[in-house]
Ligand binder design. Sequence first.
Ligand code: 0O2
Length: 207
Amino acid sequence: MNKINSQEWKEILLKYKFAKIMLEAELEVLLKEYEYKIKTTPVEHIKSRLKSESSILKKLADKGYEPTVENVEKHIHDIIGFRIVCSFLSDVYDIVNIIKSSKNFKIKNESDYIANPKDTGYVSYHLNVLVPIHLEERLEYVEAEIQIRTVAMDFWASLDHKLQYKLPKEIPVYLQRELLSCSDEIKILDAKMQHLYEIIKKYTEEK
Ligand code: 0O2
């Protein structure tokens, strides 16, 4: 087994840093153009981060893989993470379609945790994309994860992350159920807000 040396870490992280810059620019153009076209601002905010060396190693270990360069590139799918938080449920799907329509990166896979929430109650849409970067006469595709969710979903996920997501042991079942029930309430709120959005839109268009 070839453990990752400090030079290799530098090279991995630099490559992901370049890809993050490329993706950030592409998302900015796609979303600003979309906002200009529809004359509203569905995006509340965007966050992005590069996973730290220690988080990458921890995630590899949790998944049962040795700390090698090959395993990092093959099994860690979210070294680059973007989170696009938007207003309404329909905005999530509109933004997913806009991102999927881009010719500047490939879609590797997608997970609709809105239609199929995780057992924890986690709800969000995940797109994994491959960003092309040109390095010394070779083209490489670097993976990034884009999470797209409403403000309400973000509220739940952020608090769940703080409360229990990274705990080393499972929380008792009754607390898991409470979190699940909060997630259900969030879903109801999102559906209500979407309904109001459609009624008010129709109402203002009629005027
Ligand atoms: P962090 O600290 O947010 O970066 P994969 O990453 O694909 O190898 P998995 O679990 O199949 O592993 O991927 P998936 O389903 O796409 O989920 C990855 C990310 O989604 C997580 O990244 C979290 O950001 C988020 N997530 C998934 N499940 C939950 C959940 O139950 N609660 C919360 N709050 N967030 C969740 P990381 O690297 O695990 O964590």
